[in-house]
Write a protein of this length. Structure first.
Length: 95
């Protein structure tokens, strides 16, 4: 789910989302450096940020909370896609 979302957070928005997730500027810079130094692109940087947020927040790192953060960051279209993907995954799991 996080990887799907990471593809839709544009390079000009990812740090803004990261700040809303509680990351400091140095943490975001380090994350970007580490991923880029390893040869990974933008999507991987965003994915690692979301993964770190999920690990740090544990049970508080819910999809509704992420959707709210995306909306607050001006990425309502990404929040909508996240919610649709979650609904589709839940429906598939019930089959």
């Amino acid at each position: 789910m996080l990887y799907v979302v990471s593809a839709d957070i544009a390079p000009q928005h990812w740090k803004h989302v990261g700040r809303h997730l509680g990351f400091s500027e140095p943490q975001l810079d380090t994350l970007q450096f580490d991923c880029r130094h390893s040869g990974h692109g933008h999507q991987e940087v965003v994915y690692q940020m979301l993964r770190d947020w999920h690990e740090r927040c544990g049970r508080d790192a819910t999809l509704p909370r992420l959707a709210r953060i995306l909306i607050d960051s001006g990425l309502g279209h990404v929040a909508t896609k996240l919610q649709r993907t979650d609904t589709a995954a839940a429906a598939a799991a019930r089959r």
